[in-house]
Design a protein around this ligand. Structure first.
Ligand SMILES: C[S@@+](CC[C@H](N)C(=O)[O-])C[C@H]1O[C@@H](n2cnc3c(N)ncnc32)[C@H](O)[C@@H]1O
Length: 269
């Protein structure tokens, strides 16, 4: 996969040289190219921003450098990339989207600063590319570089050959399939006793079926506790009998609308 990032802070993307993404680059599984947007400015101050039309606080990123930069990046490769525009006003970045993007040969990211990029840039490239405006959460950061680090890592770990064990993301929280609406439960390693705290017996049993059931039950327990919204939206058709009885034990019942809801609302006086 090829990834281009256009930014006014190329050094912010240096973490892409280390750990999993860095190794994937070294091994030729990922071709990451970071570009300095200011290279496509033509004034003495390398200006990339200007005051907003209509007034108001803050500055807006000018369309000309972005247009020249993106044209140059597009001309440097074959085919058309997916243009990923980080913005708090975009669609949520989810594991499902990470999986989809991991199947694309080429991604171009446009992390912005100030109040964002002049809208015409998004419209211009939206006419000829698959453009995704994506938010990494309901909060506002100072710039899009941290969101790019987040998204690139989430996508890169899904690329074939990047993780040592190809199966290891199958059981992750949110993994499409059996885990789509579930959080992964707790994990343990050696020693079997640490500060008087043991490991759940079942994990030492060597019984794969029982271990798998325990893990799934714990996933339900943690999801019900931390993200009840996921239980509410999960498709009951994807659950087996044991899943349903675990949910019942946790106080969730199937409603007339075909969705799970809490059996009894706890009302605090
Ligand atoms: C200060 S923010 C602009 C916020 C904008 N005024 C708004 O309220 O939507 C500057 C840039 O940071 C990035 N950014 C900030 N928060 C983000 C988020 N939650 N997800 C993705 N990108 C974000 C985007 O590139 C955005 O254009």
């Amino acid at each position: 996969m090829r990834i281009d990032v256009v930014t006014i802070f190329p050094e912010y993307l240096e973490p892409l040289n280390v750990s999993l993404v860095g190794k994937a680059r070294e091994r030729g599984l990922l071709d990451v190219r970071v570009h300095d947007l200011r290279e496509w400015t033509h004034d003495r101050h390398n200006t990339v921003d200007d005051t907003p039309y209509g007034g108001g606080p803050g500055m807006v990123m000018k369309p000309e450098p972005w247009g020249e930069a993106l044209d140059a990046v597009l001309e440097s490769g074959e085919g058309s990339p997916v243009l990923v525009v980080p913005t708090p006003s975009g669609r949520p970045f989810t594991q499902e989207l990470a999986v989809e993007l991991s199947g694309k040969p080429w991604l171009v990211f446009t992390p912005a600063r100030y109040e964002g990029i002049d809208r015409r840039v998004i419209e211009e490239y939206g006419d000829r590319l698959d453009v995704r405006e994506v938010s990494i959460g309901d909060y506002v950061l100072a710039g899009g570089e941290a969101p790019v680090l987040v998204m690139v890592e989430a996508v890169a770990r899904l690329l074939p050959g990047v993780l040592g064990n190809a199966e290891s993301h199958r059981d992750d929280s949110f993994a499409p399939g059996a885990m789509a609406d579930l959080l992964e439960g707790p994990v343990f390693t050696k020693p079997p006793v640490w500060r008087d705290r043991g490991v759940p017996e079942v994990l030492l049993s060597g019984h794969h079926g029982k271990v798998a059931r325990w893990r799934r039950d714990e996933a339900f327990r943690r999801t019900a506790q931390n993200r009840p919204d996921l239980i509410e939206r999960c498709d009951p058709a994807t659950l087996d009998k044991k899943d349903r009885s675990m949910l019942a034990a946790l106080g969730w019942v199937l409603g007339e609308d075909g969705r799970f809801g809490r059996a009894v609302e706890s009302v605090e006086e």
